[in-house]
Design a protein. Structure first.
Length: 218
């Protein structure tokens, strides 16, 4: 009985945890996707140059900004002028003559290449933590982690969608079997006892004969 109750409790706890984790992931996805409708951009952080504020696996959502509104301290998302095709997110140190001087928070020195304003994609508006890890693993060709993540999400979805069971239903499922029935033996009627004649021999009123005397031998 204790094992059955423990199994039912674990099932309920797993279902509750799955619902909460999936709800959190869905909420984070909404935060990352909805801004794209308004023309913003989302990029996955693949290096730790902006740690500890921005970490590997975070998703930076950036929005457009006018050149006149750019200020030191903002986190700029831009196309790397020294390596075409790569996108960087570094903090603005200064704005000079249509160029940005940038630096990663974890880097000891400023970036050597100045960033032209036309390379600017936007300024970071929102940071969604950890949601971009599958993309980072895929880029690193760590497909085993991607598969494990997908399998875990599928398992949580199945647990969350499974209907809750009552303890009685869980017990019948774990150990099905016939239900014992106690049969009562019918009691004999008193009339049968009355139909049996009394076979007792009545005691005689005559005195019993005395036993013969014992013969002694000298």
């Amino acid at each position: 009985m204790i094992a059955r109750r423990l199994g039912g409790g674990l099932l309920i706890a797993s279902r509750f945890l799955s619902i909460n984790v999936l709800s959190m992931i869905c909420g984070m996805m909404v935060w990352a996707v909805v801004p794209l409708i308004f023309g913003w951009s989302a990029h996955t952080v693949a290096s730790g140059s902006m740690s500890p504020k921005v970490k590997v696996g975070d998703i930076l959502v950036s929005g457009p900004v006018k050149e006149s509104e750019l200020k030191p301290g903002m986190v700029a998302v831009f196309n790397d002028p020294s390596e075409p095709g790569r996108v960087l997110s570094h903090r603005i140190q200064a704005v000079e003559d249509g160029h940005l001087i940038t630096k990663g928070d974890a880097n000891p020195t400023q970036d050597t290449a100045e960033v032209p304003i036309e390379n600017l994609i936007g300024v970071a508006k929102l940071n969604v933590p950890k949601l971009g890890y599958p993309g980072v693993w895929f880029g690193q060709q760590r497909y085993d982690l991607v598969v494990l993540t997908l399998a875990g999400l599928i398992a949580m979805c199945l647990l969350a969608m499974s209907p809750p069971r009552r303890p009685g239903e869980l017990q019948l499922t774990l150990k099905p079997g016939p239900i014992p029935v106690r049969r009562r033996t019918p009691r004999k009627s008193s009339s049968s006892d009355a139909s049996i004649p009394d076979q007792r021999v009545p005691a005689s009123s005559e005195p019993a004969a005395s036993a013969p005397a014992e013969h002694q031998v000298a």
